[in-house]
Design a protein around this ligand. Structure first.
Ligand code: SAH
Length: 421
């Protein structure tokens, strides 16, 4: 089946952008691609072409009569097509997808060799040129997440290839964490409605939780009830940075601490007392097990179940001051529309954080929304917002190499981690 694109959508595809929004399609020609690509004979000819396609169907993209590439159709998402091929490659089938996955896995073997890290992203969807498919590795377990609905019909055919390639890397069990199709265009973000159960796809039963290692640090991952696929692997390098920054810091505050990744990093780095604040009590239970596993007594630190804004208000009232503050909230801007309100929320948060940051202290501020650009985010950390003029931007970091993006896919570059001192 052939799909004709508007000039704007075609230009984006030529640049390598992997998404075609529904309004980038001018009409379906209905002319078939190579016979091998037709998987659904029952498709109604009514309306022709795209109007009759089902999620998972291979579509051929064209503009002004020229072939642009091939992608998979999504009948329900605002992203109508995710683009897999731009060249006149042989058919887009499970073998072609499996080859890309094997390449992605092989790269990780090299990147993580000798790093004492057993949890990382094996495939970052669009960024690894396998649109919509995210695979996170937690030691012997791999957890899949599908964005949108186009790969679900492929899963049965892909699974034997996946099981073989993952097995060769030492993965024994494969699970699937369902995610509601999102029209937000945000590649990540932390507040998605992902409380969905983890489905077992292959191998021995999935443990509810397990310990993995990250840059030499033990970390509990709650596969059954955790957020995302279990952990926020994108902050791995930033956790190691916090570990280095924590030496000699008496009081550390970790806001939105989740399973305590930054907290244990700070404690192991030599911080005196680490206060973790999160609204979810289960996250603290997990954090405390992680502390123990690393030989750190959780009783020597504080775990506060509270709203971060309320906590900051009260801490200021008590006159509490911290030498290092890490602030990694959930995505405040899941869509472009939410951006003005999100910027206001970041500003309010950063003002409140600056009031409890001691002179000479370090502030690590993170944002995980692709709609907030680096300049947008820095504007929420300026002197007027922080009500002080003693801080400088010491470093700016983003996501690690196992979360690769494409030059044209700005939506994939969501993580910002700014160190002010
Ligand atoms: N920094 C963490 C990830 C943070 S995810 C890591 O490196 O792993 C965001 C966390 O913020 C979640 O655990 C969620 O429970 C918590 N949260 C969301 N809204 C909150 C609020 N208003 N106050 C405190 N915690 C909140």
């Amino acid at each position: 089946m052939r799909v004709h694109l508007t000039a704007t959508a075609a230009a984006a595809v030529r640049r390598g952008h992997p998404w075609v929004y529904r309004d980038g399609i001018t009409g379906g020609g209905g002319s078939a691609g190579p016979p091998g690509e037709r998987r659904r004979g029952e498709r109604s000819p009514r309306g022709g072409g795209a109007a009759a396609a089902a999620s998972g169907d291979v579509v051929e993209l064209s503009a002004e009569g020229a072939f642009l590439g091939r992608g998979l159709w999504d009948a329900d998402s605002a992203i109508a097509v995710r683009v897999f091929q731009r060249a006149q490659a042989p058919a887009l089938d499970e073998r072609a997808i499996a080859e890309r996955l094997e390449r992605a896995f092989a790269l990780r073997d090299g990147w993580f060799a000798g790093r004492d890290t057993t949890a990382y992203r094996l495939c970052n969807g669009e960024g690894d040129r396998v649109p919509s498919l995210v695979i996170d590795r937690y030691d012997r377990v791999a957890v899949l997440r599908l964005d949108g609905g186009m790969l679900a019909p492929w899963l049965d055919r892909l699974l034997p290839h996946l099981a073989r390639a993952l097995g060769a890397c030492g993965v024994r069990s494969i699970g699937l964490r369902a995610r509601a199709p999102s029209a937000s265009g945000d590649a990540e973000g932390k507040e998605g409605k992902e409380g969905k159960k983890l489905a077992h796809l292959h191998g021995p039963p999935l443990p509810d939780r397990l310990f993995v290692r990250e840059t030499g640090v033990a970390m509990e991952v709650d596969l059954a009830r955790g957020q995302k696929t279990g952990a926020f692997l994108d902050q791995r390098d930033n956790r190691a940075r916090v570990r280095a920054l924590a030496a000699g810091r008496g009081r550390v505050l970790n806001l939105f601490s989740y399973a305590g990744g930054f907290s244990v990093a700070a404690a192991l780095g030599g911080a005196g007392r680490v206060t973790s604040v999160d609204s979810a009590p289960a996250a603290h239970a997990s954090a405390q097990r992680t502390f123990r596993e690393n030989g750190v007594d959780p009783a020597a630190h504080d775990f506060v179940t509270a709203d971060a804004f309320d906590f900051l208000e009260k801490a200021r009232g008590r006159g509490d001051r911290y030498d290092l503050v890490i602030c990694d909230p959930p995505s405040f801007a899941p869509s472009e529309r939410a951006k003005p309100r999100a910027l206001g929320a970041y500003r309010r948060l950063h003002t409140a954080v600056a009031r409890v940051l001691d002179r000479g202290g370090v502030l690590c501020a993170a944002s995980c929304s692709s709609h907030i650009t680096m300049e947008d985010f820095l504007a929420t950390l300026d002197d007027a917002t922080l009500e002080r003029d003693d801080l400088r931007v010491r470093a700016i970091h983003g996501q690690p190499e196992d979360h690769p993006t494409l030059p044209a896919w700005w939506e994939g570059r969501y993580l910002k981690f700014v160190v002010l001192e």
